[in-house]
Design a protein around this ligand. Structure first.
Ligand SMILES: Nc1ncnc2c1ncn2[C@@H]1O[C@H](COP(=O)(O)OP(=O)(O)O)[C@@H](O)[C@H]1O
Ligand SMILES: [Mg+2]
Length: 428
């Protein structure tokens, strides 16, 4: 064997040396495995695109459903009758009318009405339009949803929280920090199709001169008032370039902020556009997560109440505490308005789970949110079509299933929203 195959070259380049086991690999088989993986990737990607075309026909894009007048009235915080009056009088943005004169409101209509009502009643503006007031010292809130355990519900929590806040009338930015890009997928992005290079948060925090302002990588979503910075594998670059920068650093500022200050610096450039930022962190404690934690004004640690998950969470907490203290001694600033544990995928009828939740509450007290996110097929079934509970209609499930999941979700998001209000010094 005197010919070296491309796969082998790559192998050697990666490992930097030829190991005994590498020599034993059947190179023919190895080479065809590479091709099979590449072909599988293409097949899968094409199928995913076809599924998306079918699901979101005709535009191949996700759209948010319209809301009944009852739902719209509840979201705005007025009576259905008042909304009807406004519509009859032609006052403010007008909804679409369907069969039987039924009125349907898009989230854009609802936000239009909020602005209209706020203008008409300046004294009560805040009740219609809950946006933050910089002049009152209400800072942009940055929530990091984290835990290095995969499957602990980070992405589900992030997506539903961001959408809840957008539906409530806040200006929200969701950031996908996970190279696996599940949050982006939930919002209808297929990374390999919809993203070019340099389209993620990495573009706004990278060290070389290829960087782009954060505003350039922000995309609108089909939720009025909710923007997203999608993710893909490129985010992983930050884990490779940061150690190189740290090693080469001369102690001057020509390279821009230290790694732990980079996400914060990027967010500062768009702060006047948003009330709340929700960051879906990757399931690892790397430089990216650390930089996100330093940018955060609050932290949500999602935890599935099973013994193995709780055990790994203690590792996560130790490591986080260690790393954060290193960052702090290097000049990083850390101050959180709140830090909370959120119990996820909870099954109230499962004895061991209930015991673990009790155990967590006895240890951490009020730092465990009162409301857990219950396990429900409503979440996982909606996820199959890349939707959240806010997107699917109630008719898609048995009423009991939908209502139970929605009740839990409303309680969780309500509790988080009240923590945000507290951080803004607003009355509960
Ligand atoms: N409350 C829930 N009930 C049922 N399934 C859930 C729930 N929360 C999450 N899941 C499912 O569990 C899986 C992992 O959740 P995810 O939010 O992606 O976790 P993470 O982001 O921490 O990896 C997903 O398939 C999701 O649909
Ligand atoms: Mg995730």
């Amino acid at each position: 064997m005197d010919m070296t195959r491309p796969g082998e070259v790559l192998d050697l380049a990666i490992s930097g040396q030829q190991t005994a086991s590498a020599k034993l690999i059947d190179t023919d088989r190895d080479w065809s495995t590479d091709r099979a993986i590449a072909r599988d990737a293409e097949l899968l990607s094409a199928q995913l695109q076809a599924m998306r075309d079918r699901l979101y026909a005709p535009a191949s894009n996700k759209m948010l459903r319209r809301f009944s007048s009852g739902e719209a009235a509840r979201l705005i915080g007025v009576s259905d009758g008042y909304l009807r009056q406004l519509s009859i009088a032609g006052d403010g943005p007008q909804p679409e009318t369907g069969a039987g004169g039924r009125r349907y409101y898009s989230l854009g209509d609802i936000n239009g009405l909020r602005r209209h009502l706020a203008e008409q009643n300046p004294a009560k503006a805040r009740t219609y339009l809950p946006r933050r007031d910089e002049a009152k010292g209400e800072h942009m809130q940055v929530i990091a949803v984290t835990n290095f355990k995969g499957g602990s519900g980070k992405t589900t929590t992030s997506a539903h929280l961001a959408q809840h806040l957008a539906l409530a009338g806040y200006r929200v930015l969701a950031i996908d920090l996970d190279p696996q890009a599940s949050l982006s997928a939930l919002f209808g992005y297929q990374p390999e199709l919809d993203l070019d290079g340099n389209d993620t948060l990495y573009a706004a925090i990278r060290y070389d001169d290829e960087g782009r302002p954060l505003s350039e990588v922000i995309r609108n979503t089909y939720f009025d008032g909710l923007d997203i910075v999608p993710g893909n594998l490129e985010l992983q670059e930050f884990e490779h370039t940061t150690p190189q920068m740290l090693a080469a650093r001369q102690g001057d500022d020509k390279d821009g902020p230290m790694f732990f200050a980079r996400v914060q610096a990027a967010l500062a450039t768009v702060a006047e556009r948003y009330d709340v930022v929700v960051m879906d962190c990757p399931p690892q404690l790397g430089f990216l997560t650390l930089s996100a934690l330093c940018a955060a004004t609050s932290v949500l640690v999602t935890i599935h109440p099973q013994m193995l998950d709780v055990a790994s969470m203690s590792q996560f907490l130790f490591m986080t505490a260690d790393l954060l203290s290193v960052v702090r001694s290097a000049g990083g600033e850390l101050s959180f308005d709140f830090m909370r544990y959120l119990v996820t995928r909870y099954e109230p009828n499962d004895g061991p789970q209930t015991q673990i939740v009790g155990f967590l509450r006895s240890l951490f007290g009020e730092r465990v949110l009162t409301a857990p996110l219950v396990k429900s097929t409503a979440f996982s079934d909606a996820g199959l079509t890349k939707q959240t509970l806010y997107e699917v209609s109630r008719e898609s499930f048995s009423r009991a299933t939908y209502d139970r999941a929605m009740e839990s979700l409303t309680a969780v998001n309500g509790e988080i929203e009240s923590l945000l209000m507290k951080a803004w010094n607003r009355p509960a």
